[in-house]
Design a protein around this ligand. Structure first.
Ligand code: URA
Length: 283
């Protein structure tokens, strides 16, 4: 282990540059620390009585008291049940995709919002016949506010082009709309909180085909436990707003970048999608 106390200013700067160059973006301590428990405790701790006003020596005209700013309620302090109920209500009340985006932007129940730069809602055509759903924004998406614009997104563009599609003809979103810190997989709690918004987003787009990219999206949307290697390539019915949408789990492009040999499977699934699209004459 590096003895950090032995580092001088230049040494510390060199170490930070090294971490940045190898892609380390998040630093964690040696021992785990439960910040949820801490913020719960802080939130439920009784407030101390207000301090006695300090007597002013001069009987000057007294300025009106400044109203203290409303306390910012940490997202983690809202119970999961309360936050999920609020997510359901907000999502159900959205009548258009613009309204849904506004409600999601104002939703404080998911702590991912606190560490993300911005909301990454969607890209593409709101009336698309094909909707693709990924896991969550990465660093590039967090910066640009659009899903799938980094390396995985460039591969996704090529995959779409291979079957005659592009971003203007499809609608792209994620199961969580805020970047998880350090690109970690979203937790089951985060996924559950965002799911009502994703369901409503699917309902409002009302596509004919849903493409679920990777295990996280496929398992979350289809409420499945199977791994992506078993799920991929098998059509499912997704019931939504009185309509049945055909859903196809596929391998995530980020995975294909790491395992290029799996592109053969992805190509097979893309051909199945193309065949289904051609069959209904969606384009
Ligand atoms: N990976 C995802 O799942 N979604 C994005 O938007 C980018 C990368």
């Amino acid at each position: 282990m590096i003895d950090l106390t032995a580092l001088d200013r230049d040494g510390a700067a060199a170490l930070l540059r090294f971490y940045r160059d190898i892609g380390v973006e998040t630093l964690v301590a040696e021992t785990p620390f439960d910040r949820f428990a801490q913020s719960q405790a802080e939130f439920s701790r009784p407030k101390p009585p207000p301090p006695k006003p300090v007597e002013k020596p001069r009987p000057a005209p007294i300025a009106p008291p400044v109203k203290p700013a409303a306390p910012v309620r940490p997202a983690a302090a809202m119970s999961q049940d309360a936050a999920t109920a609020s997510a359901r209500e907000q999502a159900a009340n959205a009548q258009t995709l613009d309204e849904l985006r506004e409600k999601l932007a104002a939703f404080d129940g998911c702590a991912l919002k606190n560490s993300a730069t911005q909301l990454v809602f969607a890209d593409g055509a709101p009336d698309a016949r094909v909707m693709l759903i990924g896991e969550g924004p990465g660093a590039d998406e967090d910066r640009q506010g659009k899903p799938f614009v980094g390396r995985a997104g460039q591969l996704l563009d090529k995959m779409l082009a291979a079957i005659g599609l592009d971003r203007t003809k499809v609608y792209i979103a994620n199961v969580v709309p805020w970047r998880p810190p350090g690109n970690r997989t979203p937790t089951p709690q985060e996924l559950a909180l965002c799911l009502p918004f994703v369901r409503r987003q699917i309902e409002l787009v009302a596509p004919d085909f849903l493409v679920l990219l990777g295990a996280c999206a496929a398992q979350t949307v289809l409420d499945e436990k199977e791994g992506i290697m078993r799920l991929r390539g098998h059509w499912r019915d997704y019931a939504c707003g009185g309509k049945t949408i055909r859903a196809l789990p596929m391998l995530h492009p980020a995975y294909l970048l790491r395992a290029p040999l799996k592109k053969a499977e992805a190509w097979r699934d893309l051909r199945a999608l193309k065949k289904a699209i051609d069959h209904v004459g969606a384009f």
